[in-house]
Design a protein around this ligand. Structure first.
Ligand SMILES: Cc1ncc(COP(=O)(O)O)c(C=O)c1O
Length: 366
């Protein structure tokens, strides 16, 4: 089976994790925790990074750090993995769903303003499958209405927007190191910000708001959370980060080969890379149009029969039971894409022969 997206472990992971075991520094403080935060902040060029136990925790921490809560509304796309939407609910706020763009599949910035009310507190763009949302437009709207912007960059680590890493343009950016992500720690996440005060607050909230008094006792000024990542997990993150540029190059090469092999297939729409964007194509994805000879689900079944794992696009979150009553704008593109989009194998370790085989099966009409 050619899997959809599996981790790549190729260098110091064993060594750094063994060091944690050998020295007994396995828990939530330790040099790898600090190093992972520092190295990651440097890599994406953010002032502060706060490591968390997963990407969902990073998103919840972002909302709590910005004081989003009861009575607030947060504008988010419906074509997303459900995690960012759930975190809006965790903090007691309401998700308001906006449609996505037809070509990039991310939040349509031109449809945001019509959804803004006096309750709107934040915009949460999700850079789905790797392509960044239109951050210039989003930041302009945020400034006009005095809103926060939290970037869900869990799928776009390695993508650039006008030369800047996604996640560093809004007030806070969040990443995931789940097993299928560009770099992985098994499970893990990171929050980044260029606002030092927000960074300090995020770290404080994520560590149970713990202040150690002179006599060693713990004092807690407010309710905090345990969102910490253990040292043994951060050790893996440090090793993974050492290879990130190679991983990005591999993904970009896969993207180019897929595009060149599929460009003339009738009824298949390829992913785009808008001007000023470097798209990491975390999951290389295509859209199966009506004039393709199979439906999207028939293509998924055909690929599976040939030993290839693929996946439909995310189902629209505004139609999921917990969210059916939430407010949303027109959802034409989201509802079209959920039936037509398909993610193809995108592991860093995918070979050229794998991609040729996948494209051959997509091309062959049988
Ligand atoms: C768009 C998006 N947001 C958030 C998450 C949550 O990350 P995690 O699984 O690390 O909690 C994921 C993926 O897992 C995701 O794809």
């Amino acid at each position: 089976m050619i899997p959809l997206c599996i981790p790549e472990v190729r260098s110091n992971e064993w060594k750094y994790i063994k060091e944690c075991l050998d020295t007994n520094w396995v828990s939530s403080v330790g040099s790898y925790v600090n190093k992972f935060e520092e190295d990651f902040a440097k890599y994406v060029d953010a002032r502060t990074a706060v490591v968390t136990m997963n990407g969902t925790a990073a998103l919840e921490l972002a909302l709590r750090t910005l004081g989003v809560g009861e009575g607030d509304e947060v504008i988010v796309s419906s074509m997303t993995f459900i995690s960012p939407v759930n975190t809006i609910k965790y903090v007691g706020a309401e998700p308001i769903f906006v449609d996505v763009c037809n070509d990039t599949w991310v939040m349509d910035a031109d449809k945001i303003e019509e959804l803004i009310t006096p309750k709107t507190k934040a915009i949460l763009p999700v850079h789905i499958y790797g392509h960044p949302a239109d951050m210039d437009k989003i930041m302009k709207i945020a400034k006009k209405y005095n809103l926060y912007v939290i970037e869900d960059s869990t799928e776009s680590l390695g993508s650039l927007y006008n030369g800047k890493a996604t996640g560093t343009i809004g007030h806070i950016g969040c990443y995931s190191f789940n097993g299928n992500k560009l770099i992985t720690t098994g499970a893990g996440g990171m929050l980044v910000t260029n606002d030092e005060k927000l960074g300090k607050k995020a770290k404080y909230l994520s560590t149970q708001t713990k202040t150690v008094l002179e006599n060693g006792a713990f004092y807690h000024e407010q309710i905090g959370y345990n969102f910490r990542m253990p040292n043994i997990v951060a050790a893996m993150g440090c090793a993974q980060l050492e290879n990130i540029d190679e991983y990005i190059e591999a993904k970009r090469n896969h993207f180019a080969l897929y595009n060149s092999l599929l460009k003339d297939v009738k009824g298949i729409t390829l992913p785009v890379e808008r001007e000023g964007i470097k798209n990491v194509n975390w999951l290389y994805s295509i859209v199966v149009e009506e004039d393709y000879y199979l439906t999207r689900d028939e293509l998924i079944a055909k690929l599976k029969k040939n030993g290839i794992e693929s996946r439909p696009f995310f189902m629209a979150v505004h139609k999921m039971p917990p969210y059916v009553k939430c407010k949303h704008g027109t959802m034409d593109i989201t509802e079209e894409l959920e039936n037509r989009g398909i993610n193809l194998p995108s592991s860093v370790g995918l070979t050229k022969d794998d991609i040729k085989k996948i494209c051959e099966i997509i091309k062959q009409e049988e």
